[in-house]
Write a protein that binds this ligand. Structure first.
Ligand code: MG
Length: 387
């Protein structure tokens, strides 16, 4: 029988790859949601005829009804409809919503005990201390879609946890891998949005350019793989063919390689624990070579250092960092601050909110910290402002 799949975030880059994987395999899209792009969402619904279609933005409710009711398709709108959709009866729930907004729907799916294919990293960075215990309590399964974490998941021998020496996340280095700080200071959004290997949404592409993406991924890995922060390393690998590896005490390193396509980790999560054909071109090692590796430069890319420091500080510090980063990236994309100001805003917000860290948090605490950090970071974007 076809696996029932719910897809949250169907109109973005990961959502589009997920639809490819769903269409190519033995899957049925039973629930679908998007943030606000009603036209694209209605097109997906018309093709797949899901049991429920939801738009997160309640102001788009009427537009969605106008498109779907004549087709005899059920639809709804708003945050509580998103959470109900996330918890509906399904074999897989794919969370491809960008940013902190994914937190509540992810928790709803986990609380319902679903197998959650998580493409979003911000909710683990902001609230891994809340999300992971909730998943365990409900007996839910969390499968990482983020390519590096999916790679590590595939080669991580849970039974040999004591023999894991370290895990390594690879980073492409982004469009400014070889740029000077001076060049980065002058970079415009269109320069930063030009990623060499991956075609992704704007937020993650800017995160790749600052390397905050890899900082977020170190924190994400910390929540997914119980090895401790000192055993999570980053290496720059410009070709994005090796996505992650695990080094064991016997000197063996198990790596995962594939073409840089999000269809690979999505298809893996949809079919897990089985494997099935996916619409991906085979990896041509000769054409992909040479594969090269470099140490990351935390002086030119301070976001990586900030993320490590935030993880070490614990409590709500990564919650603050995530919110400040979302605010700073949006300000950069809007042309309100310069590229180097992104890490500066994050660092100043972390300093301003240092010591407010708490343990044993609730979702309400997480959301309160997020709001306060956004307010603080917004103030620093105005101080940095170039407009
Ligand atoms: Mg990644």
């Amino acid at each position: 029988m076809a696996r029932r799949v719910v897809l949250l975030g169907a109109t973005g880059s990961v959502g589009t790859s997920a639809l490819k994987a769903i269409e190519a395999g033995d899957f049925r899209l039973v629930g679908v949601a998007a943030g606000r792009d009603v036209n694209a969402l209605a097109q997906v619904a018309a093709v797949h005829r899901p049991e429920m279609t939801v738009v997160a933005d309640p102001e788009r409710a009427a537009d969605l009804s106008a498109a779907l009711v004549p087709l005899g398709l059920a639809c709804d709108a708003g945050p509580s409809a998103m959470e109900a959709l996330a918890a509906m009866e399904a074999d897989r729930v794919i969370v491809a919503i960008p940013g902190f907004a994914a937190l509540r729907p992810t928790l709803a799916a986990l609380d319902a005990g679903r197998v959650v294919c998580l493409a979003n990293k911000e909710c683990l960075v902001a609230a891994g201390d809340v999300v992971m215990p909730r998943a365990a309590k409900a007996g839910a399964t969390l499968l990482p879609v983020d390519s590096e974490h999916n790679a590590i998941f595939q080669v991580f021998e849970r039974g040999a946890l004591g023999a894991v020496r370290r895990i390594v996340l690879t980073a492409s280095g982004g469009p400014f891998r070889t740029s000077s700080r001076e060049a980065m200071a002058a970079a415009l959004p269109r320069d930063a949005l030009r990623h060499p290997n991956w075609s992704m949404g704007a937020k993650i592409t800017i995160d790749s350019a600052t390397m905050m993406n890899k900082g977020l991924e170190v924190i994400e890995a910390h929540h997914l793989f119980p090895v401790g922060p000192s055993r999570i390393d980053v290496v720059v690998h410009p070709q994005s063919v090796v996505h992650g590896l695990v080094e064991y005490a016997d000197g063996s390193c198990l790596a995962h390689l594939s073409n840089p396509s999000m269809v690979v980790p999505i298809a893996h999560c949809l079919n897990w624990p089985e494997r099935a054909p996916a619409p991906v071109s085979p990896l041509d090692l000769v054409a992909a070579s040479p594969l090269t590796f470099e140490a990351p430069d935390e002086v030119r890319f301070p976001a990586l250092r900030l993320a490590r420091e935030a993880l070490a500080a614990g409590g709500s510090t990564t919650n603050v960092m995530n919110a400040a980063n979302e605010v700073a990236v949006a300000a950069f994309l809007a042309g309100r601050i310069g590229f180097l100001h992104i890490a500066e805003v994050v660092e100043r917000a972390l300093e301003a909110m240092a010591g407010s860290s708490t343990a044993a948090r609730t979702v309400g605490d997480v959301e309160a910290t997020d709001r306060e950090a956004r307010r603080v970071a917004e103030r620093f974007t105005i101080e940095c402002g170039v407009a």
